[in-house]
Write a protein that binds this ligand. Structure first.
Ligand code: ATP
Length: 296
């Protein structure tokens, strides 16, 4: 095989709780992750010449070794004797620094794509083991779907797929650093926590109203305080009929869950007309993290 084209899906957090800060600086989390049908496209091509060549179509994303794609490729070259080089072209559609795991899902897709391209024969478990060296969310991004994520994010328990709904994603024109948000979070001082057990139960029961009722994210205490537009977006979505609206990950992306497509479209139009979030789309949950759309 000489070429693999792969769609790398984004995620939202239906629930995000932080239990404590560990001595090594990592945070212990309790999260419910959900893959979203919003994706970057990676085209991986084998080359006769050695080395990793990366092309990126977005200005704010590095095209050198700082790109998580490059880190993923380097790990595979260290671990396996791959006789060829690789060229990877990345087309970004997932908002950048947005709390939607854009970089992590690109890294995950690189591991999955190179495994396929070069016939490395790695199991999903093995790819996850390699992926956690890149970032805590990468193992989740390899598997995707609806998942309980614990530990530092690497302990995964699969849940039944969340029920279908209309998802409105709105990314204000801000860049938020995940690292800084976690540094600013005072986990010991949190006075309320989302009920992750109730969220898991609602998903098991396929009860969209209870899923909406149990959405919560403790990182809003940091990012929403700093950027009031996040609160305005949530309010607007609820006024327009969202079952609920929440910030994803460390933000600033806000997502709203709707049962009625017309209401979601109306909310999207209002967000656009008020200029609150230039990157806004209607989408849906997706069952898995990647789609391989073409091999040659
Ligand atoms: P998370 O939800 O996992 O915290 P995020 O969506 O908030 O991630 P990313 O879009 O992954 O954030 O980007 C964070 C930073 O990582 C960017 O500012 C960029 O410089 C760097 N980066 C490295 N590789 C990538 C990539 N493939 N796509 C996007 N950003 C990347």
């Amino acid at each position: 095989m000489e070429k693999v084209t792969i769609q790398a899906m984004a995620k939202v957090n239906l629930g995000l709780d932080v239990l404590r800060r560990r001595a090594d600086g990592y945070h212990e989390v309790n999260m419910v992750m959900q893959t979203v049908r919003l994706y970057d496209t990676l085209v991986l091509t084998a080359r006769e010449e050695e080395g990793i060549l990366i092309h990126v179509d977005a200005e704010n994303v590095p095209d050198d070794d700082n790109n998580l794609i490059s880190k993923a490729a380097h790990i595979l070259y260290q671990e396996y004797s791959i006789p060829k080089g690789v060229e990877i072209s990345l087309t970004k559609q997932i908002p950048i620094a947005a709390g939607m795991a854009g970089g992590s899902t690109d890294a995950a897709a690189t591991l999955v794509g190179m495994n396929r391209l070069f016939g490395l024969g790695c199991s999903e478990e093995r790819l996850k083991e390699l992926g956690v060296r890149i970032g805590a969310d990468v193992p989740y991004c390899i598997q995707g779907g609806t998942m309980l994520s614990q530990g530092i994010g690497e302990k995964l328990t699969a849940l039944p797929p969340a029920p279908d709904c209309i998802l409105l994603i709105a990314k204000p024109d801000l860049y938020v650093s995940t690292k800084e948000v976690y540094q600013k979070l005072d986990a010991a001082a949190l006075t309320s926590h989302p009920n992750i057990d109730a969220m898991v139960e609602a998903i098991k029961q396929q009860d969209l109203l209870q899923i909406a009722a149990n959405m919560g994210n403790v990182l809003e205490t940091v990012t929403e305080k700093e950027y009031p537009v996040i609160g305005r977006l949530k309010q607007l979505m609820k006024e327009e009929g969202a079952l609920n609206a929440l910030m994803s990950g460390s933000g600033p992306t806000v997502f709203g869950i709707f049962a009625d497509e017309q209401k979601a479209k109306q909310a999207l139009m209002r967000i656009r007309s008020q200029g609150l979030a230039p990157q806004s789309v209607l989408t849906a949950f997706a069952p898995g993290a990647q789609v391989i759309i073409e091999t040659a």
